[in-house]
Design a protein around this ligand. Structure first.
Ligand SMILES: [Zn+2]
Length: 235
């Protein structure tokens, strides 16, 4: 059964497809729960199992935040909205329309991979949006969750910092597949070059642990690891 992994006080990672795709859980002071991302269409069962492993139930979920409008993050969102009984998800204002329509955000069709990806079904079930995020917004979640708009992978892509636990969540700006940091696959990006530029924000933020939507988290020398990656691959 899928178990949630503690990243710090009141913050957990639920691996929904091994370490390849993660959902995050933040626990508020009153015991209520915020989810970040909902994996692929089949992920909700694993998310519910992961919640149960820390004594939580879908009815405890009061908010769902999406890092961006792609099927491997929003694929389970419609079902989780129904299961939890909330009004809709929270997403950056520039990705909201793609979540509502379920179309997924656009990809870079100037790239061969982008053209191929565009022809593949990459949408997901249309999902209601209750809140729209902007850059640098501080959400009153588990003591403070800061939104950093890092567009490129999608127009409204965000990275997040849970300030009390000092955990930074990259979103898809940087992957850590098989414990090796990489850029996201270019064909999945709206603008691969813009992603490479805006990811530099992640080297300037303050955090002790870095968590990835794709791949295992890093607790030792997290910031130095991100900075090293950006220095090596960031030009
Ligand atoms: Zn992804």
């Amino acid at each position: 059964m899928t178990k949630a992994i503690a990243l710090g006080p009141n913050i957990f990672r639920i691996p929904t497809l091994g370490d390849f795709i993660n959902t995050f859980v933040l626990v508020n002071e009153d015991g209520s729960v915020t989810l970040i991302d909902c994996g692929v269409k089949k992920a909700p069962k694993r998310i519910v199992d992961g919640l149960a492993s820390i004594g939580k139930h879908p009815a405890d979920v009061t908010r769902i935040v999406l890092t961006h409008a792609h099927g491997d993050h929003a694929g389970g969102a419609a079902e989780m909205v129904t299961t939890t009984g909330i009004d809709g998800v929270t997403v950056h204002e520039e990705d909201a329309q793609y979540v509502v329509s379920g179309s997924g955000s656009p990809v870079d069709k100037t790239l061969r991979l982008g053209r191929i990806f565009y022809r593949m079904p990459h949408g997901f079930a249309p999902t209601p949006v209750s809140d729209r995020l902007v850059d640098d917004q501080l959400l009153d979640i588990a003591g403070g969750l800061r939104i950093h708009h890092t567009p490129g992978h999608s127009p409204g892509h965000v990275s997040l910092v849970h300030e009390p636990s000092s955990v930074m969540i990259t979103g898809d700006a940087i992957w850590n597949m098989a414990s090796r940091m990489t850029w996201p696959v270019s064909g999945f990006c709206q603008s691969y070059m813009m992603n490479r530029q805006t990811a530099h924000v992640l080297g300037e933020l303050e955090y002790d642990t870095v968590a990835f939507t794709h791949g295992p988290h890093i607790t030792e020398n997290a910031r130095e690891s991100i900075r090293g990656f950006l220095k090596r691959k960031g030009q």
